[in-house]
Design a binder for this molecule. Structure first.
Ligand SMILES: Cc1ncc(COP(=O)(O)O)c(C=O)c1O
Length: 323
């Protein structure tokens, strides 16, 4: 199993601090996520149905022709490599490590790829846009040019847009009816609903059918489908959040800079700071009940957004005491 942020119970055991006393900024999840209303009890008592309106809501929200709901994008990340014969795969690195892990596990020949390399000789290119944790962005024109090149050899471009929602103008969702273009979207980050386990795969219709048949029926639970649909329809909440999150991302960047931790990159939902003493600062903050995400390659910390004012103050005070 790979390391991930958000393991509060494990951190609580390790540092002897009760889970409710932590400020968890170890993930890039919106701390003020979509407010969940009461879930109709009937949804627990019936099997999920495809015709419940979720797909239409997702198509409208994502501006995409074809959409398949999945149990978090993680489910798709694990399934995609099983839908290709052995291939030469370039996976953006560093990035969300589950991509490379999944392709390797399925026996493909995987290369850690970065934007200075060519895509000659690759059958599949996997990028995260904007990238987690580096914040790096790829322009739509560059992505589409790569796609055009890959599709000539029956290849795929996989674009993980888990962090695109605060700035949807960077999405290539509208292009994903093209063969060989696969886009992943998550309800976990912007909507702040990772526990619902809902994500979407956007691709050509026939490809989505193959993926759906691999994942089987009822892949996403009914209550999660219902929550997802309500959240996707709530355009007023989405617009307010976009403005707030972009401003909060800048506030976090300024806060870190003020403590001598200038981020090397980030998005509205997290900032990434590379420095050789990352492990020591991670431990000092954890000893005060502040959980950050530590990476060793390269040595770096990712900071997600604090929630209310008290959390911003707490992070500020702890950084002052620790840096
Ligand atoms: C870039 C990226 N993609 C995908 C995922 C998986 O998210 P989920 O399965 O909740 O949609 C994560 C989770 O951290 C992520 O950071």
């Amino acid at each position: 199993m790979l390391e991930h942020g958000g393991r509060l119970i494990a951190a609580s055991r390790r540092y002897g601090i009760a889970p409710e006393q932590w400020l968890d900024v170890s993930t890039g999840i919106n701390p003020l996520g979509w407010p969940i209303p009461q879930i109709p009890a009937d949804l627990w008592r019936r099997l999920p149905e495809e015709e419940d309106g979720l797909v239409d809501a997702a198509r409208r929200y994502l501006d995409a022709r074809h959409v398949l709901p999945v149990a978090g994008t993680q489910a798709a990340i694990q399934a995609l490599p099983t839908l290709r014969p052995e291939s030469r795969v370039g996976v953006l690195s560093p990035a969300y490590a589950e991509h490379g892990h999944s392709w390797r596990k399925s026996g493909h020949s995987v290369m850690d790829w970065n934007q200075d390399m060519s895509i000659n000789g690759l059958d599949v290119l996997v990028v995260v846009n904007p990238n987690n944790p580096t914040g790096q962005r790829f322009s739509r024109s560059r992505l589409l040019a790569w796609h055009q090149e890959l599709v000539l050899r029956d290849g795929w471009l996989v674009v993980d847009e888990a962090y695109t929602d605060p700035t949807p103008e960077h999405s290539i969702a509208a292009h994903c009816a093209k063969p060989g273009l696969i886009v992943l979207r998550s309800l976990g980050k912007f909507f702040g609903l990772p526990g619902a386990r809902v994500g979407f795969v956007l691709a050509e219709h026939g490809f989505l059918r193959r993926l759906q048949s691999l994942l089987g029926p009822w892949a996403v639970p009914g209550p999660s489908r219902w929550i997802a649909q309500q959240a996707l329809l709530d355009t007023a909440w989405q617009q307010t959040q976009r403005d707030h999150l972009v401003a909060r991302g800048r506030r976090l960047e300024a806060l870190l800079k003020g403590h001598g931790l200038a981020p090397s990159g980030g998005t509205a939902l997290f900032q990434w700071v590379q420095f050789p003493e990352a492990a020591a600062l991670h431990a000092r903050l954890a000893a005060q009940g502040i959980l950050t995400r530590l990476f060793d390659q390269p040595q770096s910390l990712r900071f997600g957004l604090p929630g209310g004012d008290a959390e911003w103050d707490r992070l500020d005070r702890s950084l002052k005491a620790s840096v």
